[in-house]
Design a protein. Structure first.
Length: 469
């Protein structure tokens, strides 16, 4: 029995036994790689060196061989890769056959058959926490948000003229159906660590659902203020399901935001709108993920702009990664709805109006930073009409099978406008569009204008008649 063996960058406990003359062992390995990846596995050691392997207390060194191999194989630790070049490694699903003759110049045995399984994804703060400016007292609250797919959209790219690469960052696949979960895991984790018991936000719906879910998980109370009658059904239902106290304001999102700022100045309640700096920290992670997948930033980033927290976060995230990893910077195209476009018009809008209710905002809290991001990146903020937004929502669903809520199609609608106007030439470029929320958030916008599905009697001929004609 061996226990507590420690390798270079992981800890392991092992037990060994002699079965029919072959030494076998079981080890539980928990380790941190360069990017904080964890691994769990067990190993069987066979071959002439196995006796040595299992019986010597210096065996700790042995473990560095196979385990660093695994980590490098997972494309995590590039400095370590040099070490495993001395090893022959075959990988078949979770089995890794490693000829671990040498590790850091030491003979370590003949052959190790190593079964590994990468432990499941553990959420954004686990993966990127060290890159975020969060206090030490932060207590992680996660729903395994983030890690959303970057989907290549060739059909849509062709429809927009072709000759460029288009990717959709599908943020609607976050746990509560929108990108807000990235910022919320950070904000609620910080709040929990500080001993907060109640969180509050103003919301057009998605922030409300996300705040309510993370608060529920943290055992906190959540209060959400929403503009009366202007929140899509899926968002309201979410906030209620997660147990928030939902309060409708007979006014706009901007009125609700003013109220939550005032109340949190007066009472010990934590504000989790994107004025909260930890929301911005969490939302930077999407920029990190994009760079990690593409190995660089895209040439253009297109996204909707409402209260302007997200555009601020992306720009901060791309700048940070560029400083750390020279991943470059995108030009940013922010898109507002034409009826709620204060950053395009250059003044607040008293009564913003748009079908894209998520971005029905007339006084964006981070408007200045949004304009700064557009300017610094040599991009711009433009407006798209409701018709252009809804057209793009349908086109994206029909051409790519990606159904997003109206606001989420605004970035792509803006891209289409710019390409049609000749003001953005995408040829040879890599464009990423952020689709911020899932289509299921707002099903009515689709079903209300839809022809009712036909009804047929339960007979084959009736079905044939309708589908074969
Ligand atoms: N897309 C969706 C689906 C949103 O819900 C929002 C904002 C945005 C885009 C714009 O992001 O505000 O950071 O510029 N929704 C907020 C909310 C206002 O309350 O859910 P932003």
């Amino acid at each position: 029995m061996f226990s507590g063996m420690t390798g270079k960058s992981f800890h392991s406990t092992t037990s060994g036994a002699d079965v029919d003359g072959i030494k076998v062992g079981i080890a539980v390995l928990v380790g941190t790689g360069v990017m904080g990846e964890y691994f769990l596995g067990f190993w069987v050691a066979v071959g002439s060196g196995a006796d040595d392997l299992l019986s010597k207390s210096s065996v700790a060194g042995v473990w560095v061989g196979p385990l660093t191999g695994i980590m490098a194989d997972s494309a995590v630790a590039s400095p370590v890769q040099a070490v495993i070049k001395t090893q022959a490694m075959k990988v078949r699903s979770n089995k890794r056959f490693i000829k671990a003759k040498y590790s850091r110049g030491k003979l370590i045995g003949d052959e190790i058959l190593c079964y590994t399984r990468r432990m499941a994804y553990q959420g954004l703060l686990h993966k990127y926490g060290t890159l975020l400016d969060l206090p030490l007292y932060t207590r992680r609250v996660s729903l395994l948000e983030g890690n959303t797919p970057l989907i290549k959209a060739d059909n849509l790219a062709r429809q927009l003229g072709g000759g460029f690469e288009l990717f959709i960052k599908y943020e609607g696949l976050n746990p509560t159906g929108s990108f807000k979960d990235r910022g919320m895991t950070a904000a609620v984790s910080e709040a929990l660590g500080r001993g907060v018991t109640t969180v509050i936000c103003a919301s057009t719906g998605n922030t409300a659902a996300s705040a309510a879910a993370y608060a529920a998980r943290a055992g906190m109370k959540s209060i959400v203020l929403i503009p009366q009658g202007k929140v899509a059904a899926g968002k309201l239902a979410g906030a209620m399901a997660y147990g928030a106290q939902v309060i409708q304001i007979d006014g706009s999102f901007d009125d609700a935001l003013t109220m939550v700022i005032e109340i949190t100045n007066k009472h010990p309640i934590c504000l989790v709108n994107s004025i909260n700096p930890y929301r911005i920290e969490g939302q930077k992670t999407s920029a990190f993920e994009i760079c990690d997948v593409l190995d660089s930033s895209p040439d253009w980033l297109c996204l909707p702009v409402g209260n302007a927290g997200n555009i601020t976060s992306y720009w901060a995230g791309f700048k940070q990664y560029n400083q750390m990893k020279s991943t470059g910077l995108p030009q940013v195209l922010g898109v507002q709805a034409a009826g709620a476009a204060p950053l395009v018009l250059g003044h607040p809008i008293e009564n913003p109006e748009t079908v894209a209710t998520a971005i029905r905002i007339g006084k964006p809290a981070r408007g200045e930073l949004a304009l700064q991001a557009a300017e610094e990146s040599k991009g711009r903020i433009i407006a798209a009409s409701d018709d252009q937004i809804l057209d793009m929502q349908k086109t994206l669903a029909k051409l790519e099978g990606i159904w997003v809520e109206p606001a989420s199609a605004a970035g792509l609608a803006g891209l289409a406008i710019e390409i049609a106007n000749g003001t953005l030439n995408p040829k040879g470029k890599r464009v990423v569009a952020i689709c911020t929320g899932h289509g299921l958030k707002d099903p009515e916008i689709i079903t209300k204008d839809m022809q009712k599905p036909s009804i047929v009697p339960p007979r084959l001929e009736a079905l044939e008649e309708i589908i074969m004609r």
